[in-house]
Design a protein around this ligand. Sequence first.
Ligand code: 5AD
Ligand code: SF4
Length: 439
Amino acid sequence: MADPKKLFIKTYGCQMNVYDSERMAEALGASGYVTTDRADEADMILLNTCHIREKAAEKVYSELGRFKPLKAANPDLKIGVAGCVAQAEGEEIMRRQPMVDLVVGPQTYHRLPAMEAAVRAGQRAVDTDFPAEDKFEHLPKAPRAKRAPAAFLTVQEGCDKFCAFCVVPYTRGAEVSRPVDRVLREARDLVDRGVREITLLGQNVNAYHGAGDGGTWGLARLIRELAKIDGLERIRFTTSHPNDMEEDLIAAHGDEPKLMPYLHLPVQSGSDKILKAMARKHTAESYIRLIERLRAARPDLLLSGDFIVGFPGETDQDFEDTMTLVRTVSYGQAYSFKYSARPGTPAAEKTPVPDDVASDRLQRLQGLLTEQQRAAQEAMVGRDVSVLFEKPGRLPGQMVGKSDYLHAVHVTDPRAEVGQIARVRIKASGPNSLAGELV
Ligand code: 5AD
Ligand code: SF4
């Protein structure tokens, strides 16, 4: 048998892209590829791109430039661009970069094997359709290899919310939920292969409305069904819109022990004026009430969020309102970004806030969020938490895992094993992780 061809995938952006990269690797596995982490020995390089914020396309072009010598050294090397930049600018990429052989959008990677064959035959291939068929059902079956203990599972994709700043509705398309039985089948398969924690993914995952027994299931019902799977110990989901936080999902945080006490619930801004301009369709107050209900269900819930500063029209007072909201809610973890105009979105038409003003605000907000993150981490010291060990650490005998609150935890103990969930007493808090001992 011929040596397998080697595939190098570089992934940008969100966890859904991480999941998609795995699926693309499996799809090309059927065409005889194995993955490599070395671009210089690859027969095919795929960039799985992200279009959410600034300079997405420029980054892709400069990355492609770095592969030029590899292509010169190996004319058989094929180069592809996948993901959301491919979706938004596929034709343009093909025009500007003759060394790109293949462009595939997020909704068509099940067609990769055929595209790969075309490319091997010397053609260039572009596919940025939004096809009617379910790509997950049309993917070649993966070899049933053992998996790492924590896995992602896409249950919902696309978004119908059309927040004024966001490209997702354009690059990922309309909101689609996978049917319940397919999600359950994939989850059971993951568990059979060693997975103990599943993070359900969707651009707007709590809007999940999959076809199931007796009608349409919401995310809470799906989670409760998944929780019945023996061997699956932990469930998470990301990312959510406040307006889709249904009653039963709030309740599940209190009464479903496998649902972990960590929630990513972006609010973007604390100013009602800006929230309105962003077309978020909620207020700062309604968000804070929602957080209160969640914390009533699960008092130790660790909250995470996303923030945008410098959205067009944001005044100093609007920004102070964001700072006030952050102080009110108190986040254990958060991501904050300077607004970046995305071509084709409604907000891109508006006058931007001066860059130095936006930078100052970002710095102040990040300062506050970092402080809160540190405080939340330090509050763990002395506590016993459950940790799922995911991989050996850098030091000899060290294991790295995640606590139920999603903190990275280091333990040095020969008894700690990958895939094990153990009680760990937290002893120290570092910049980005905790250290502890087996109880
Ligand atoms: N500019 C800055 N940040 C953005 N995000 C989405 N679009 C933009 C944009 N145009 C941020 C939001 C979102 C996260 C995934 O990325 O905070 O929740
Ligand atoms: Fe983008 Fe999220 Fe708004 Fe959808 S809900 S448009 S993915 S920010």
